[in-house]
Design a protein around this ligand. Structure first.
Ligand SMILES: Nc1ncnc2c1ncn2[C@@H]1O[C@H](COP(=O)(O)OP(=O)(O)O)[C@@H](O)[C@H]1O
Ligand SMILES: C=C(OP(=O)(O)O)C(=O)O
Length: 581
């Protein structure tokens, strides 16, 4: 490992065409200065400083494409105002790395309400297409775009597609209906408007097929339970055995002898409405589409093909893991998707609740292995839908997810309909910052090393470079990692190693910037990049310095491609350590 004043540069040259890799060259000579990090982390002490001295000039043979984004002006740095303020206030190591997703609903859909969520750190806004009208969603997306354009936020938009689920049709009553112990209810597929006493409409024609008298009908994973006492044609007459609330569109499941009766087989994963919602998302240029009740990898691939035919393959597809079938096909689904949501609400309808913590941990671990971001969702701070403080157990649950290094945490009803959405977001922010700091202080990478990454991804060279880069960054206690990226791949591979310093990902692709919002510890910055990497590095150093985000003496580790030279036609991926001067 390098010592003070040494040349610190690992570079790999590989032929861009066939991707076969061979270690060929070491080139830049670089020296670094003492980092600004806290003393206990500054293991890396240096005594002298030398300027950047390339031993080989990187030339460009031909005019190559300079990637443009309409919003990126020459000399500007698109950085989320909230992350910028956090960096200035708390320093590199104080930046929150766990990302926050908020479900947008009636309680937080105005421009001002969304702005308040953005100020408190919302990275991604989730729109659940199950609820409300398309026009309502359109207005929310407009507000978010305005916030990004006018106020300097970088909020990504996710639409969540309903998928195949068996649920109650909206019963026409504003909130919930109480089912009393012993009351008799009719569950029907007959269509009618408004509400009828003791009658519940089910959305799926075949909902009573294969159901026997004596089976248990569970609403919303246990909110209320019934026993089937009679079959009347396709309808079911049921007695309430466990009283509770029936919420609009509550989910229905059947149980026999303590086991789930699988009923989703007959329903196509995507309905006509879902396809319309997907096309709406495409036309609105959303950043993520989350698919509910994914059964296997095929449905993900179909959607990706659809996006590709509409030239919208920049939209990332997230698979929600919320059924037994999705658990059975977990690895294939994760492999096929661009990210995962552990949808604990519906998962808890299909598997015993006590299995949820271990399933969450397993999914998180597989996602990390396969380099896909993972969101933990549902009931994180459920009590805050009604109350201004969370329970201790809720805070412990959130902290445990952060300790597992999940990429993102999601609010559902807490932000969508709750009275304390902003407060709930602050709780997530504080709990995650606290646990991240604790992990950092104790250098608790034991969890990470429990599940060694190995060499598992198709691009083994990039994987190894990023693994080693993070090892170097941690050992040298650099202040930050800079990565220059078009599609975000290298940034994601760095994030996968959960480094101590933040990862600043410079990109000229707006869609990459928005996609990286979901990755742990990655802070995407929009900047006009050229083919000259030296120029890019110099430019971003200057921009960051001018904005007061870095200062003289800060040490950064840079991971970048070095573009083809006149003689080689090949691309170098390099790791460099430089000081700001
Ligand atoms: N766009 C919306 N319009 C109205 N209510 C919404 C909207 N989005 C979410 N909600 C409300 O917030 C609750 C939580 O939302 P969500 O996380 O999407 O969960 P779910 O649909 O599984 O209940 C919903 O039950 C619903 O009452
Ligand atoms: C996030 C979830 O999905 P939905 O809100 O669509 O029920 C869940 O079930 O946990």
């Amino acid at each position: 490992m390098a010592v003070a004043g040494d040349s610190i540069c690992v570079s790999r040259q590989f032929l861009a065409k066939n991707q076969s890799a061979m270690l060929l060259n070491h080139f830049f000579g670089v020296s670094v200065r003492l980092p600004r990090s806290p003393p206990h982390l500054a293991k890396f002490k240096l005594t002298r400083s030398v300027g950047i001295r390339p031993t080989m000039r990187v030339g460009v043979e031909e005019e190559r494409r300079v990637f443009h984004s309409s919003r990126l002006l020459e000399g500007t740095l698109g950085f989320d105002v909230v992350s910028e303020a956090e960096l200035k206030e708390k320093g590199f190591l104080g930046m929150r790395k766990t990302k926050l997703v908020c479900t947008i609903g009636p309680a937080c859909c105005s421009f001002q309400e969304l702005e308040r969520l953005a100020m408190r750190g919302m990275n991604v806004a989730r729109l659940n297409m199950c609820h409300n009208t398309r026009e309502w969603h359109w207005n929310v997306i407009r507000n978010i775009k305005r916030l990004n354009e006018e106020k300097g936020f970088c909020i990504s938009v996710m639409i969540d597609i309903e998928g195949s689920q068996m649920h109650m049709v909206d019963h026409g009553v504003a909130s919930s209906i109480k089912a009393e112990d012993g009351s008799i209810w009719l569950f029907t597929t007959q269509k009618f408007k408004g509400s009828r006493p003791f009658t519940v409409q089910a959305n799926y024609e075949g909902f009573s097929e294969g159901i026997n008298v004596g089976d248990e009908l569970v609403v919303d994973g246990g909110m209320t339970s019934f026993e089937v006492i009679e079959k009347v044609d396709n309808d079911l007459r049921c007695r309430c055995t466990d009283p509770g609330l029936l919420l609009p569109r509550a989910k229905l499941s059947f149980w026999r002898n303590g086991k789930l009766v699988k009923k989703n087989f007959g329903i196509p994963t995507l309905s006509t409405k879902d396809w319309d919602d997907i096309d709406f998302g495409i036309s609105e240029g959303v950043d993520f589409i989350a698919m509910s009740f994914v059964k296997d990898a095929n449905v993900i691939m179909n959607l990706k093909n659809h996006l590709a035919t509409k030239s919208s393959d920049f939209i990332k597809v997230l698979a929600k893991i919320e059924s037994l079938e999705s658990l059975e096909n977990l690895e294939d689904i994760i492999q096929a998707s661009d990210g995962i949501m552990v949808a604990r609400g519906d998962l808890g309808v299909e598997i015993p609740l006590e299995q949820i913590p271990s399933v969450q941990e397993k999914i998180t671990q597989v996602c990390r292995q396969l380099n896909k971001p993972v969101i933990v969702a549902s009931q994180l701070l459920e009590s805050m839908v009604e109350y201004p403080t969370p329970t201790r157990a809720e805070v412990a649950d959130v902290s445990e997810a952060v300790r597992q290094y999940v990429d993102a945490l999601m609010l559902s009803g807490e932000s969508a309909v709750g009275s304390y959405g902003e407060k709930a977001l602050s709780v997530l922010q504080m709990a995650s910052s606290r646990m991240e700091l604790r992990s950092l202080e104790e250098n608790r990478h034991s969890l990470i090393s429990e599940y060694p990454l190995g060499v598992s991804l198709p691009d083994r060279v990039a994987e190894q470079i990023c693994n080693r880069a993070v090892e170097m960054a941690n050992n040298l206690a650099v202040d930050a990692i800079f990565v220059y990226t078009k599609h975000g791949n290298m940034a994601s591979l760095l994030s996968r190693n959960r480094p101590n310093p933040p990862i600043f990902a410079f990109t000229n692709e707006n869609c990459t910037r928005k996609a990286l919002n979901l990755w742990w510890g990655v802070f995407p910055l929009g900047v006009e990049l050229s083919v000259d990497m030296e120029d890019n590095i110099g430019k971003t150093f200057n921009l960051m310095k001018t904005r007061g985000m870095v200062e003289e003496g800060d040490v950064v580790l840079i991971v970048s491609d070095v573009v083809p030279t006149c003689s080689t036609h090949s691309v170098f991926q390099s790791i460099q350590v430089r000081s700001i001067n």
